[in-house]
Design a protein around this ligand. Structure first.
Ligand SMILES: [Zn+2]
Ligand SMILES: [Zn+2]
Length: 260
């Protein structure tokens, strides 16, 4: 079967200043400023669109002390995607920065790993330390979508369209999944929080928010194995993504990159 060739976009929506030691489990001997960016992603092929993650809104930015640069809706509209018409959203995991903006995608089905729902609604959430990156309202909103027939559950690795597949990694969150997509330059892996920064995967060091360190490290191997080259793995939060890839249009520099 022929594989579809997809366009792939990284849409930056928020920013947060921090130090390098905050980005590595066990700290960083080379400490210094190491800010973090927040992205959603979109893939498109012959009119079919999948949005990957939904980001957070202004209220959540305020609550968590983050700064929204361009809201998610504006970013998607800038590349010709009307959020109100999106039919499929792939949720890499349910941390607050990946599954908010609840009203933005009224028509969408949400694709999620079984284990992420299990994790975010079960006994692990009794521990404040594990609960911290989740928001109660995000989790409740996802449960409501289940009752409205708007969640598609996945278990492990699944192809969801020709040249587009989901791959469960776990590690950072119990049901974290990556997205692999076929492009004109080969297989791109949207790692999301399977690696926050290039430095996490390159140095073999986990990010401090973690469910299972072994699965994080196995996830690094998996990401490299699924991608056409190490340079085809796109980290979930690295400002370098906007430097290493061309902008989708001259006026979108520093905002939206073209990853394919
Ligand atoms: Zn996360
Ligand atoms: Zn994240």
């Amino acid at each position: 079967m022929g594989q579809s060739i997809w366009e792939v976009y990284a849409v930056r929506y928020a920013h947060h200043h921090r130090m390098a030691r905050e980005n590595f489990l066990g700290g960083d001997v080379h400490d210094g400023p190491m800010p973090i960016d927040y992205f959603v992603w979109a893939v498109r092929c012959e009119g079919r669109v999948f949005v990957i993650d939904t980001g957070f809104d202004e209220a959540m930015a305020l609550k968590r002390g983050r700064t929204i640069v361009h809201n998610v809706g504006a970013g998607l509209r800038a590349i010709g995607i009307d959020p109100a018409q999106v039919e499929d959203v792939l949720i890499t995991h349910m941390h607050y920065d990946h599954c908010g903006n609840h009203a933005l995608f009224p028509k969408a089905r949400y694709h999620l790993q079984d284990r992420e729902m299990f994790f975010s609604t079960g006994r692990c959430m009794c521990h404040p330390h594990l609960q911290f990156p989740f928001d109660e309202e995000d989790v409740v909103a996802m449960v409501r979508r289940v009752f409205h027939g708007r969640v598609v559950f996945h278990d492990g690795d699944e192809e969801i369209a020709p040249g587009l597949s989901l791959h469960r990694v776990g590690g950072h969150s119990m049901g974290l999944q990556m997205v692999r997509v076929n492009t004109r330059r080969g297989w791109v892996v949207l790692a999301s929080d399977a690696t926050h920064f290039y430095a996490n995967i390159e140095r073999g060091l986990a990010y401090p928010i973690v469910y299972n360190v072994a699965d994080v490290l196995e996830g690094y191997k998996r990401a490299y194995a699924l991608a056409s080259s190490p340079g085809h793995v796109v980290p979930g939060h690295d400002p370098l993504v906007l430097e290493r890839y061309p902008s989708a249009a001259p006026e979108l520099k520093g905002w939206i990159a073209r990853l394919d």
